[in-house]
Write a protein that binds this ligand. Structure first.
Ligand code: ADP
Length: 972
């Protein structure tokens, strides 16, 4: 029973008591009145009294019960007088506050209250009394007897008697536990709200009826509210939503989503919403449940615009990157440092047939790499570790077991601390290309085989073609001796020139084939360069005959003595170039200039050869083509039979020896070919004669010494025989090498003409046998006869010890020249006609005054005439020319340039005699020509070419003049 009920009961009891007293009084009065009048009523009265007594007894009992009740309740029940003094207190006070009832009764209630609460408490109850408030509730702290504080929650009721306050009844309960829990709760609440207020997220908490109970400044700032957070507390969000939604870019969608979230009451985080001003907010919805009971929810809003934009940029760039990669047919794979796959892009997955999920976490090396290629990847890994990128080809195993050939471009993946954390490989599918490559290589092999077969065929055919061709040419020559009619001579000319052309064509083709097959070897041996040049010059002079074309050779004075290199190749190069110059130059000059360009190393020099002609020239566009195969340029107005291979072969031969070639040309004026070649110098004396002369004495002892012809082809045998018969020579013909070797044991010969390809024993074997056998013929000149003009055959022939080479088909005079050449050696006779082409013996001494001829531009004869041996006078003139006159020549060029022909003429006239004074007769003639042309009808280009050429020549001659001056000074 609660105190109120007790109070009610007590009040009822009091009322009953009052009623009883009233009833007793009435009864007494009535009894007195009735006592006198009605004895019966006494008994009734007595009964009534008995009944009343019974009632009173009953009432007494209930009062005891109430008393017991008051004493036994856990709350302190007390009474105080209207002025605040204790009049009654139940025993519970001792239990609660440690005081006994007697210690309390009579004390003022404020004595127990904590001083700081006393005043407010007194005021509170004063107010209660003043306003006659029937009942109040209040909480305050009081002291326990032992001094500690007890919180009391008490109900006080006013007891009125006749409208007057009689006393105050209080029921006080110990609420200390509840108070401390409340305190904890309160401080927790403060902490929480402080935390929320200061959070760097916008927070809004609504209760279950959607009223705002908490909101922080950050939220107001984030959403752009102007109001202070406290002013928002209590707002009904449901009704405020129609206004709030306008802060967002899609208001209706926003509102409906909010309503859905609230209705579903499920946690949703990181939802993105866009504000009306274009910002991106991230939102969480957190429903709050207490004991499974929904009590509201919390919203968290954060502005993630910057982050979102960055992410978006990254995403877009990655999307773009992926798009590009996918479109580029490139497969990307990322692995860590242990080759574990950390990312595989779509295209790569398609390439290898795996899904990305199947690849992630797998070891790329183990999964894709055929074992034999592991070292490649290890090398690549090491390279990545030091930050290197590279590209390489690798076969990788697809899921279906097939091989995918890839070109991988690999690069390290470097983290923000600069540490290599893995690598990325961009794979390009090469399978198709590889297959193509294999097919191509097969096709190439087939083509190469075919080419080889073709070359072999050509080589073989050469023999087959050359042999009958040889006979055709030979027979044609013989026919000339049979007194043909004029018409027959004409036919024979055509026959001969066609056969000659065919012959050169086949030779060129074979040479080219050899060069392309890399079968040309450069043989280094000592040779006499000056002698070689003289021979070449002579050959062309003979060829040119009476045509108004001079072949001049000018050699730098630094060039003398022996050089080490391949003279055969040089000879062929010069013949090709000068041959062309001769073909394309009607009249004028072919100037061959050789000079030392530079010293490459000790005893090694780079020589420059210039062959300048005054022929028809080549147009600039055609000039670019002349070194290409089969580019025979259609020269206007010039009928030229050629293969178009000559210069291509020449270029190859020069490059093969480490040199270079180029050409310059002016149409109508002439062409200059310039090539360089490196040579070693040698101080040895060279003997280029084919056989040592010491052995020749033996040859004279043989009376029957004659010519041995070793040739297997009957027609050729017949051709040579008829020629030798015609020249009354003695000869023996055999048809293979074996028979030749037999012959050399039986007879002494003067010379052997030896075919190379023969049955039983070929020409090489026979030569080796002859050279290695002690017979009188051991050192005999052996001239190789072969239908193959291939360079290596010449080289091989020389290597086995043959002395010379006569390519078939040869003209009678070639055979004759060969005979003359070796006759001189064997008979030690002189034949003036061939003196110049007999290989010369040269030494390392510089050219003396007397030997200086074509290769030295100085005309010594003239100088002798002029100075008659007065060396001092001559030296003086040379000095004056070099110091004072030579610089004046430079003025010729600007005069031509300015087209100042009168002045040009004057200067040419003035300088002309000075050239003669130093023996430059040739240049003098050129200057005379310049003078003449400057006077007659000056032509700019013509004069320019002439002056340029003259100055160039003079420039080249300058060191020669200086040497000469030096020599003259030494002689004094
Ligand atoms: P071919 O054997 O046909 O002469 P080359 O390779 O020797 O072939 O020469 C190619 C072409 O270059 C010739 O056909 C000719 O038109 C041109 N050519 C070469 N040398 C000269 C030169 N000195 N003057 C003019 N044209 C030349």
């Amino acid at each position: 029973m609660n105190p109120n009920e007790i109070e009610l009961l007590k009040t009822e009891l009091e009322r009953e008591r009052a009623a009883r007293i009233q009833a007793e009084t009435i009864l007494d009065e009535k009894a007195m009145e009735l006592f006198e009048s009605n004895q019966n009523l006494i008994r009734l009265n007595q009964n009534l009294e008995a009944q009343i007594n019974e009632k009173v007894a009953e009432l007494g009992k209930s009062e005891i019960r109430y008393k017991q009740l008051i004493e036994s309740v856990q709350d302190i029940i007390y009474k105080i007088s209207p002025d605040g003094y204790f009049t009654f207190v139940n025993p519970t006070i001792e239990q609660r506050l440690g005081y006994q009832e007697c210690e309390i009764i009579g004390r003022h209630f404020t004595e127990l209250v904590l001083p700081e609460y006393r005043e407010s408490l007194v005021n509170f109850y004063y107010e209660m009394i003043a306003s006659k408030q029937e009942s109040t509730y209040n909480e305050f702290p009081v002291f326990h007897k032992d001094g500690h504080i007890i919180w009391i929650g008490q109900t006080v009721r006013l007891m009125l008697e006749n409208e007057e306050i009689n006393e105050l009844v209080a029921v006080a309960r110990d609420i200390t536990d509840r108070k401390s829990t409340e305190e904890i709760l309160k401080s927790t609440q403060i902490r929480l709200s402080t935390l929320i207020s200061n959070m760097q997220s916008g927070i809004l908490v609504e209760d279950e009826s959607r009223h705002i109970i908490l909101v922080n400044q950050f939220l107001c700032d984030t959403l752009g509210f102007n109001s202070a957070p406290e002013s928002l507390v209590g707002i009904d969000c449901e009704s405020a939503l129609h206004e709030l939604k306008n802060y967002f870019s899609e208001p209706e969608e926003f509102a409906s989503r909010v309503n859905t979230l609230v209705a579903e009451q499920k946690l949703v985080v990181n939802e993105k919403v866009r504000t009306a001003d274009g910002r991106i907010l991230e939102r969480d919805y957190i429903p709050i449940f207490i004991d499974d009971h929904y009590t509201g929810h919390l919203w968290r809003y954060n502005d993630v615009t910057e982050n979102f934009n960055t992410q978006e940029t990254i995403r877009k760039s990655e999307e773009k990157y992926r798009g590009i990669m996918n479109n580029m047919e490139l497969g990307l794979l990322e692995v860590d440092n242990d080759q574990t796959i950390i990312r595989a892009y779509d295209k790569f997955c398609k390439m290898v047939g795996y899904t990305e999920a199947e690849l992630l976490g797998k070891n790329a090396m183990e999964l894709f790499l055929p074992k034999e290629f592991i070292t490649i990847i290890e090398e690549q890994q090491n390279l990545r570790k030091i930050g290197g990128s590279s590209s390489y080809e690798l076969p990788i195993l697809k899921k279906d077991g097939e091989i995918l050939w890839t070109l991988i471009s690999g690069a390290p993946i470097i983290d923000e601390h600069g540490v290599t954390v893995g690598s990325i490989g961009i794979h390009y599918d090469l399978t198709e290309r590889k297959t193509l490559e294999q097919e191509l290589s097969l096709a190439k092999q087939i083509a190469e085989d075919a080419r080889q077969a073709e070359k072999q065929f050509l080589a073989n055919m050469s023999h087959e073609i050359r042999t009958p061709l040889n006979a055709i040419i030979g027979m044609a020559h013989l026919l000339f001796d049979t007194h043909p009619t004029n018409q027959q001579v004409e036919y024979l000319e055509i026959l001969r020139s066609s056969a000659d052309f065919l012959h050169s064509l086949i030779s060129d083709l074979l040479d080219m084939a050899k060069i392309e097959a890399g079968k040309i070897e450069v043989n280094h041996k000592e040779f006499d360069l000056v002698g070689l040049l003289k021979t070449v010059q002579k050959v062309f002079e003979i060829k040119i005959g009476n045509r108004p074309l001079d072949v001049n050779v000018m050699i730098d004075s630094k060039i003398h003595g022996a050089y080490v290199g391949d003279d055969l190749l040089l000879n062929q190069i010069l013949l090709n170039i000068i041959g062309n110059a001769e073909k394309f130059t009607e009249k004028g000059e072919i100037n061959i200039t050789v000079r030392q360009l530079k010293e490459i190393a000790k005893d090694e020099v780079l020589l420059e050869f210039q062959i300048a002609d005054t022929g028809i020239g080549i147009s600039p566009e055609k000039l670019e083509l002349i070194f290409q195969k089969f580019k025979q340029i259609n020269q206007q107005g010039h009928k030229h039979k050629g293969t178009g291979l000559g210069l291509a072969i020449t270029k190859e031969l020069i490059e093969l020896q480490g040199g270079e070639i180029h050409a310059t040309s002016v149409e109508g004026k002439g062409t200059t070919f310039i090539f360089s070649l490196p040579y070693k110098r040698s101080d040895n004396i060279i003997i280029t004669a084919p056989a040592p002369s010491s052995k020749l004495s033996e040859t004279k002892d043989f009376e029957n010494g004659h010519i041995l012809v070793v040739e297997d082809n009957l027609m050729n045998q017949k051709y040579i025989s008829s020629l030798l018969n015609k020249w009354n020579r003695q000869f023996t013909v055999v048809s293979d090498g074996r028979q030749a070797v037999e012959q050399i044991h039986k007879h002494k010969f003067d010379i052997i003409f030896m075919d190379l390809q023969m049955p039983h024993m070929d020409g090489y074997e026979a030569t080796i046998a002859i050279r290695s056998t002690q017979t009188p013929n051991q050192h005999i000149p052996i001239v190789a006869l072969t239908a193959s003009a291939m360079l290596d055959q010449k080289v091989k022939a020389m290597a086995v010890g043959m002395s010379d080479f006569l390519p078939k088909p040869f003209a009678p005079n070639q055979l004759f020249e060969m005979l003359q050449k070796y006759r001189k050696l064997s008979n030690e006779e002189t034949d003036d006609d061939f003196e110049e082409i007999i290989p010369v013996v040269s030494n390392t001494e510089p050219q003396t005054q007397q030997t200086a001829t074509v290769e030295n531009p100085i005309d010594y004869e003239r100088l002798d005439e002029m100075y008659e041996g007065d060396v001092e006078y001559q030296a003086d003139m040379f000095d004056t020319f070099l110091t004072d006159v030579y610089p004046e020549f430079k003025d010729l060029a600007p005069l031509v340039e300015q087209q100042n022909f009168p002045e040009l003429k004057k200067l040419a006239h003035k300088l002309k005699p000075t050239l003669g004074m130093v023996g430059l007769t040739q240049l003098e003639k050129q200057l005379v020509e310049v003078e003449r042309r400057a006077l007659d009808k000056p032509e700019y280009y013509d004069l320019k070419a002439r002056v340029d050429q003259l100055l160039k020549a003079l420039n080249q001659i300058h060191p020669i003049l200086e040497n000469e001056l030096q020599r003259l000074q030494n002689l004094q």
